[in-house]
Ligand binder design. Structure first.
Ligand code: ADP
Ligand code: ADP
Length: 226
């Protein structure tokens, strides 16, 4: 089974705008995949549907074979999502944000605390564990979102423009972190409008524009054609 399989995905927003016009996408287990395209192409809409934050109009989505229409809780257990906007409680402490998330997955508290510590350490946030999230810098908040997305150790990690507004130094360390996660077996999908980012990190790339996939190819093939 593929880590992610999207077939014929369409989305028409309530105002009548057709944001997705029939997207097909397959991401194999172990891949590091970029969904590349300009602003407004439909990247966030696609990821919003996969993470069931946005309702689709048509088509199907499977996460490790689990259809989000019929098997949503199993799909969710296999999926960690890092949205663009900070959507945690700014007044909650860093460690609590991560362990609370683990609770949503039914992970026992002891195990949740362990997983939270593991990822907060890896992401350089352990010293900030008792700090309310609102006191963190933008880059730290971004890393907190990643720790929270990983606490249930999902097979697939999806990040929406993970390095938007992030300085070059942090970008490099985030790239290194994601590469390490991928080496250890986590399938990673990110959206980006930077060709440079897709080029640096990813093995396979799909290019999306105006709600359609223009190309679905390996990075090597794409770079040869440019
Ligand atoms: P859904 O059909 O998934 O429920 P909606 O069409 O209800 O989605 O829109 C979700 C939210 O996004 C609404 O609050 C809407 O006001 C807001 N929204 C509307 N237009 C845009 C836009 N062009 N870009 C981003 N958000 C928008
Ligand atoms: P990307 O992530 O590639 O920048 P999005 O998926 O955010 O693109 O948006 C795709 C298109 O859908 C854009 O034209 C955007 O304005 C529109 N859009 C996004 N959300 C809404 C919404 N809630 N209502 C209406 N249009 C929307």
């Amino acid at each position: 089974t593929d880590a992610l399989e999207i077939q014929g995905l369409t989305k028409t927003y309530d105002d009548g705008f057709e944001a997705l016009k029939g997207i097909d996408l397959r991401v194999e287990q172990g891949d590091f995949f970029a969904l590349l395209g300009p602003n407004g192409a439909g990247k966030s809409t696609t990821l919003g549907i996969v993470s069931s934050l946005v309702n689709k109009s048509g088509g199907s989505v499977r996460v490790f074979g689990h259809d989000i229409d019929t098997d949503l809780s199993a799909a969710k257990l296999n999926l960690g999502v890092v949205p663009q906007e900070f959507n945690f409680n700014q007044f909650e402490k860093v460690q609590d944000i991560v362990t609370t998330q683990a609770g949503y997955y039914g992970i026992p508290l002891r195990q949740a605390s362990k997983a939270a510590e593991k990822y907060l350490r890896k992401l350089g946030l352990w010293d900030k564990r008792d700090t309310p999230a609102r006191m963190l810098s933008g880059g730290m908040k971004r890393r907190l979102m990643i720790a929270r997305a990983l606490v249930h150790e999902p097979g697939l990690l999806i990040l929406d423009e993970p390095t938007a507004g992030v300085d070059i130094e942090l970008r490099r360390s985030m790239w290194a972190f994601l590469e390490e996660m991928n080496r250890q077996g986590t399938t990673i999908i990110l959206t980006t409008h930077y060709l440079e980012e897709a080029e640096a990190l990813c093995r396979n790339i799909a290019i999306i524009d105006h709600g359609q996939i223009l190309r679905h190819t390996s990075k090597r093939e794409l770079l040869q054609q440019l």
